[in-house]
Design a binder for this molecule. Sequence first.
Ligand code: ADP
Length: 466
Amino acid sequence: MKKILYVASECTPFFKSGGLADVIGSLPQYLNKTKKCDVRVILPLYKQLKEEYRAQLKEVMIYDTQVGWREQYTGIYEMEYNGVHYYFVDNEYYFNRESLYGYIDDGERFIYFSSAVIEFIYRGDFKPDVLHGHDWQAATAVALCNIKKPVEGIRTIFTIHNILYQGWLMHSAFEELLNIDRIHFAGFEWEGMLNLMKAGIFHADKITTVSPTYAEEIKSDYYGEGLQWMLQLRSPDLIGIVNGIDVDDYNPMKDSNLQVNYKTSIPKKRENKKSLQQELGLSVDSNVPMFSIITRMVEQKGLHLVMAVLEEFIQQNVQIVVLGNGLYEFESYFNYLANKYPDKVHVTIGFNEGFSRKIYAASDFFIMPSLFEPCGLSQLIALQYKAIPIVRETGGLKDTVVPFDIYNGVGTGFTFVNYNAHELLDKLNEALRVYHNTESYKVLIKNISKANNSWAKSANQYLEIY
Ligand code: ADP
């Protein structure tokens, strides 16, 4: 049985800031159930670990990790959860902070984390055949693993979940933070600085990203965020595998956050809408179509398009529910809209997992017009809860939402091609027309019910690579 070590910076149910956590929290569980591999996960031990999990941790070992000339304490803790071994790297200086990311020394924090992981492989009993690193925070682990080979014959995979975030540092950080020969500088260097994601791409035996369309897109100037050339070079080893979700967890039949559980019954789904309308102080009417947005409020998510046309759209009989946080520009726009249209628009600034599920269940449509989208899990969750996605055809959105064709009855959502607000408005209006056309609406919901958003297919592709 192949032994795989996932190196990542977040993982449900322990720590989550976005889709990466969902993937790391569900793919290993799914893979282990196939009994074809033993996937284990190593994560930083952030302050945010809830007491119920903290109480289950067992100390495995303590050692020092070299960060440049300094020796930094490392504690390794372990727990088993849903058939997966999780290891946590403890260092309070680096990880006992208010947020997961967003610190001036993030580069150093994750170089430390990666170095501690390699040391863990040297010292520990778990000797992986494959080290599988995820995003820039784990890229140094991929590079160091390839350079140092902590286990004979170990191979590496690097997965790009979002090429925008790369881990840039001053080039002097190479000497200050890494303990490797100067000959390896070229693997880390990019445009006169250190770029950790580039090092991951440079060193990995195989590179994957989270949808086939994104795998193509990131080789282009428009989407490559400056690394397109590296990706073109590594193109023969670059594979796009679309993400799945844990359909057992994101399951409207079982989800305890919902007012009424349902499978495909629209009347039952609408009970959830009524209950949310009451809770949020919106006009209570289960027939009013509800559109939702649940997102990190950043440019990537296409919110400039939303800002351009949403106010025009809501002059019709519709409701909008928004949950998210991020840039002030977007937060203040949504607050403005909610203040101006209190019985139609409700906005919650914040991050709340349970509340997000209530919204998925209550809403008829889910708006996600991303500028770029490596895979996107929100639209998959929306599909699970029968909230019809309205998306731009980019990255994983293109690979997971099939445009609805009212004439021959195929498709699972509404899609548009160009990054253009009028195309979005057009699709919002089309969605509204279909909502009021009972026959077409039923066909669309039926198609969505048949869509398979689980890991089944993609897990096999990962197994093949391992
Ligand atoms: P990204 O990883 O770029 O943020 P994804 O669509 O891949 O986007 O994943 C986002 C995940 O985070 C989904 O599970 C979504 O439901 C969740 N999410 C996003 N914003 C919030 C929020 N404000 N509160 C709760 N969950 C959120």
